[in-house]
Design a protein around this ligand. Sequence first.
Ligand SMILES: Cc1ncc(C[n+]2csc(CCOP(=O)(O)OP(=O)(O)O)c2C)c(N)n1
Ligand SMILES: [Mg+2]
Length: 332
Amino acid sequence: MSTGGEPDTDGVAAHRRGLLRQMLRVRRLEEKCVELYSAAKIRGFLHVYIGEEAVAAGVLSAVAPGDAVLATYREHGHALLRGVPAGAIMAEMYGKAEGCCRGRGGSMHLFDAGTRFYGGNAIVAGGLPLAVGLALADRMAGRPRVTVCFFGEGAVAEGEFHESLNLAALWRLPVLFCCENNLYAMGTALGRSESQTDLALKASGYGVPAWAVDGMDVLAVEEAARRSVDAVRGGAGPYFLELRTYRFRAHSLFDPERYRDKAEVARWVERDPIDALRNTLEASGELAPAQWAAIAEDVDAEIAGAVAYAEAGTPEPVGDLTRFVVSDRSAP
Ligand SMILES: Cc1ncc(C[n+]2csc(CCOP(=O)(O)OP(=O)(O)O)c2C)c(N)n1
Ligand SMILES: [Mg+2]
C-alpha cells in the first residue's frame, strides 16, 4: 500500500505479476490446444502464438474496455486477454454450440461483439481495412474510442496495408496499428519478400508516428502501447508499433519448418517472455515462489475448466444448419 507521495511499489509489483499471469494464461491455453489437436478434439487449422505472448499481454493491458481489437488467425490469446472466457474459446475450437461463434468459426475466427473483439481474420491484412472502418465510425459518432489492430509482418506486402495506413493517416483516424514481426510469413523470411525490412520506416512514409519495440519484453511493450493509445485517443491520428517477436512453434500444426534452423529457434527460446519476466520479478523480490505457484495453479484450473466446458458442450443441431446463412426475416 502506498503512503503519502511515495511510489506505490506494491501496486507496481502486483501489476507486473498480473502481466505474468496474463502471458501464462495464453501459453497454457495454447499448449492445451496443441495437445487436444493431436487427440483430434480440435480440427482444421491451428496457429499458436507461443513465444509471442508479451505482445498481446502488453498492448491489451493499455487498452480500455470500450476500444475495439482486431487480430489475425493467431488470435486465441488476444481473444482471451480481451475478456472472451476461456470456456467459450475452447468450445469454439471444438466446434460446439457453446463457443463464442456457436462453433461455426473455429480457431481462426474467434469473434465477440460484447468485448468488441472483431476477429479472428484469416485473410492476411484483412483486419486492417476493418479497423479503419471501425475507427471512422467512432470518429463520425464522436466516440472517444481507439481501435487496435494486430497483424503479422506478412501483411505489409499486401495492398490493404498501404491503403489502410494511407486513409487512416489522411483522415487522422484513431487506430493503433500493431505489427507482430515474428520474422516469417509461413516459410518466407521478411528479407526474402521486402526490399525495405524496417517496418516502422514504411509506416512513417505515410506520416504515421512509428516505433520498433522489443516484443519479448512485456514491460517495454506495455509502456509503448500506453503512450501510443493515449496519443491516439487524444486525437493525434494513427500510431504504428512494430513489435519484434518470434514464434517458437511452427506456423501451423501442418508446417514441417524447413525454412529456419533449430539454433535460431533455440536462441529466441532463451528469451522466452514468460521466463524473462518471472526471472526479473524473482530477482527484484516482486515474485515469491509461493506467488508463482499460486498463479500457475490458478491458470491451470482455468484451462481445465475450459476443457471441461468444451467437452460438455453440444454440437449445433443439424436443423440449424442454414441459420445465419441468410438474414432471418422471422427474427424479432
Ligand atoms: C491474402 C492472403 N494471402 C495468403 C494467405 C495464406 N497465408 C496464411 S498465413 C500467411 C502468412 C502470414 O504471415 P504473417 O502476416 O507474418 O503472420 P504470422 O503467421 O507470422 O503471425 C499466409 C501467406 C492468406 N491467408 N491470405
Ligand atoms: Mg510473421
